[in-house]
Design a protein around this ligand. Structure first.
Ligand SMILES: Nc1ncnc2c1ncn2[C@@H]1O[C@H](COP(=O)(O)OP(=O)(O)O)[C@@H](O)[C@H]1O
Ligand SMILES: O=P(O)(O)OC[C@H](O)CO
Length: 499
């Protein structure tokens, strides 16, 4: 019997491969960063070829590290940065343009024009999303409009579109399989989450030919097998999900009302809402969590664009810290932020504000504010943003969260986790394995391949590392939150051309 399930976790800044055993333990890990391209202010691109080559390299490296062969791998599950858009030639496999990354704001004005046409409600009802440059649809349109000859070739059926999992599956099968899963499809703004079909009316509005789109499939099923040239044998590719949905799965949030927050480059808070979509009145989006065995599980999501990336900004641009982890120590050199707030709206504000033109700001500066206050305020900004989303989620779902499960790189920061518990007045529960995204992908694939029997196996493998309980009084909390609201208001609309 095969010993492992392989998770390919293709994130925004790096590709990872983790081999899990039956108990959900990580037996081998390999990771490689890839290049971020910022060709213009607000634009973000990746090279699709580099996404593929680094992903393949880490998969081979993880196998080599423990001497695993293709026969040792029961299945591959793929999880990925979502919305990032790749268009390539069906015959040559050559991308026609770099991958336009989820953070890229280049289609903001076109999104405004859709809103001005009064299409907001229609898009929400069909796709569950707000109209925003974040999602893939307008990025595909941009490529077709701006790359010479692309629209003509797309109309002739010569071009294919995919998000990152689609691209990787296509590459791993040497062009034999062009699929996406429902969770990733639900992030394109082209997919009807009620009918589970690409939406003809939206495709027409955006001028996107149907023939470019992948087949939308369940998140846990065998899509195809890897070409033997890659790993020395065929391995079934048996699961795929967007990274945030995979984390919800990996955190074993299987019951309605269970939620997790991932603190990575951005922050993504998702709550399982069961088998019916819940439409938000408070700035959240409705998304597909996963589709398994003919059943769809929906989720409410609050997407925060800049979280851990703000720590990278402190490290790389301001050079106030040497590593993101140092922020924990420095933040505690002072007892508070001395009245200072950092709003890291570097690429606009996502949930619950959705202001494409907001930009980052630091407010409350006085002569006494030092670097430790700024570091602390930056870390606190992650917790404030998550709290804003939590409040919206409580209002939409009518449920009070008994605890919040957390994961992602920045969840290792105890100061941040304690601040979250304090600001949100709720216990924060950090699991022993915070690689829940990769774990979720592994489970989705392992369940389809019969490596695990059912979700009870997943639940059994989940264990708490530490619970952070609220430790400040409500007066202090209210005072901190009030200042944050005023700081956020200062960042609104800054990049709008008309001021
Ligand atoms: N100890 C820490 N404290 C605060 N932020 C951290 C810490 N460790 C990592 N980070 C931040 O978390 C992010 C990396 O987390 P990860 O889950 O790997 O992100 P992604 O999957 O989005 O690439 C980086 O933006 C980094 O700045
Ligand atoms: O790569 P991550 O972990 O920052 O996740 C990115 C999200 O999927 C974007 O929607």
């Amino acid at each position: 019997m095969a010993k492992y399930v392989m998770a390919l976790d293709s994130g925004t800044t790096s590709n990872r491969c983790i081999l899990f055993n039956e108990r959900g333990e990580m037996c081998s890990v390999a990771q490689k960063e890839f290049t971020q391209h910022f060709p213009k202010p607000g634009w973000v691109e990746h090279e699709p070829g580099e996404i593929w080559s680094t992903q393949l390299a880490v998969a081979r490296e993880a196998m080599t590290k423990i001497g695993a062969s293709a026969e040792d791998i029961a299945a591959i599950g793929i999880t990925n940065q979502r919305e990032t858009t790749i268009v390539w030639d069906k015959n040559t496999g050559q991308p026609v343009y770099p991958a336009i990354v989820w953070q890229c704001r280049r289609t903001s004005e076109y999104c405004d024009s859709l809103k001005e046409k009064g299409l907001t409600e229609k898009f929400r009802e069909k796709t569950g999303l707000v109209i925003d440059a974040y999602f893939s649809g307008t990025k595909v349109k941009w490529i077709l409009d701006h790359v010479e000859g692309a629209r003509e070739r797309a109309e002739k059926g010569m071009l294919l579109f995919g998000t990152v999992e689609t691209w990787l599956i296509w590459k791993l099968t040497r062009g034999a399989v062009h699929v996406t899963d429902y969770s990733n499809a639900s992030r394109t703004m082209l997919f009807n989450i009620n009918t589970l079909e690409w939406d003809e009316e939206i495709l027409k509005e955006l001028g996107i030919p149907r023939s470019m789109l992948p087949q939308a499939r369940a998140s846990s099923e065998i899509y195809g097998e890897t070409d033997p040239s890659f790993f020395g044998g065929r391995i079934p590719i048996a699961g795929a999900a967007g990274d945030q949905q995979a984390a919800l799965f990996g955190q074993a949030c299987f019951d309605q009302g269970e939620a997790k927050n991932t603190y990575g480059t951005g922050c993504f808070l998702l709550m399982n809402t069961g088998s019916k979509p819940v439409f938000s009145k408070n700035g959240l989006v409705t998304t597909i969590g996963w589709g398994i065995g003919g059943t769809i599980t929906y989720a409410l999501e609050g997407s925060i664009f800049v979280a851990g990336a703000a720590l990278q900004w402190l490290r790389d641009e301001l050079r106030l810290i040497d590593s993101a982890a140092d922020s924990e120590y420095f933040a505690q050199r002072v007892k508070d932020t001395n009245g200072c707030y950092v709003v890291p709206a570097f690429t606009g504000l996502g949930a619950p504000y959705w202001d494409q033109y907001a930009r980052g700001t630091i407010v409350g500066l006085t002569r006494g504010v030092n670097k430790y206050h700024i570091i602390r305020a930056t870390l606190e900004s992650l917790a404030y943003q998550v709290n804003d989303v939590l409040e919206a989620m409580k209002a939409d779902s009518g449920m009070d969260l008994s605890s919040l499960k957390v994961d992602g790189g920045a969840s290792a920061n105890d100061f941040l986790m304690q601040t979250q518990a304090d600001l949100s007045s709720a216990p924060v529960n950090r699991p022993r394995c915070v690689e829940t995204t990769a774990m979720g992908a592994a489970y989705l694939a392992g369940l389809a391949a019969g490596y695990w029997k059912d979700i009870e196996d997943v639940k059994r493998n989940w264990a708490t590392d530490k619970i952070f309980v609220p430790a400040i009084d409500s007066e202090k909390r209210e005072q901190m939150l009030e200042g944050w609201k005023r700081a956020v208001a200062c960042s609104y609309g800054w990049a709008r051309k008309d001021g």
